[in-house]
Design a protein around this ligand. Sequence first.
Ligand SMILES: Nc1ncnc2c1ncn2[C@@H]1O[C@H](COP(=O)(O)OP(=O)(O)OP(=O)(O)O)[C@@H](O)[C@H]1O
Length: 251
Amino acid sequence: MSPPDTSLSREEPDLALELAGVHAYLGESHILQGVSLRVPRHRVTVLLGRNGVGKTTTMRAILGLVRRTGRITFAGADIAGEETHDIVARGIGYVPEDRDVFHGLTVGENLRLAVRRGGQPRHDLVFELFPELKKRTKHLAGTLSGGQQQMLSLARGLLNDNELLLVDEPTKGLAPVVVREVVEVLERAAGQTTVLMVEQNLAVARRLADHIAVMVDGAVVLREPAGRLAEDDGAVRAYLSVGSAVSGASS
Ligand SMILES: Nc1ncnc2c1ncn2[C@@H]1O[C@H](COP(=O)(O)OP(=O)(O)OP(=O)(O)O)[C@@H](O)[C@H]1O
């Protein structure tokens, strides 16, 4: 197993986001115990780890949705003390695990609600990435399949010209054929922006990630180029409850 390495600082001066010693709390529970993480610009970084280690809480700490301390640097500013609406306005998009789609509204209405005030919504880009959504703009979102709802949630995240997109478990609960579609869209979306993603499917992570960060008990314990971790069976067995071969992401 490789020794823990969460820095890699010499190789990556151009960071979109950096967390240093971030602690977060949910009620009385101390969930994040000093998360440090570097997210290079225009790259995909995937957060992996067993259930309950704090991956979603890390996303929510970046967005100011949970009480947190430490340093969170985005676009040259420390955002750890800012409110969520100010953080989002700086150019961070969020595609949450529960998909955040309004079932009682149409696809078009869901997209319109996602447009940030003063922004220039990228409808052309979104409809090029998601042609199925263009055909269904008048359909109620609640009538879409799980995969289509995930596409709509990703489309909402990509509609604004964000510097950083946070995506939480985009393939969770989807059939293998739909996982492949979501992965293809994410590959193309990654060309537009920096992505920090939680993903439990190691095959998906290997396909999409430039770097993989592994969390254990509220901290990042290992960060490596994606290929290196995928070949490190010892690390995969020690830190992850996932298998390395998952059919859904194969091309
Ligand atoms: N409202 C809450 N109050 C207290 N503890 C919570 C609350 N919500 C979640 N937790 C706990 O916080 C820890 C971290 O949860 P989190 O959702 O960040 O983990 P995760 O790594 O994303 O897990 P999963 O893969 O299961 O989504 C878990 O142990 C969870 O039980």
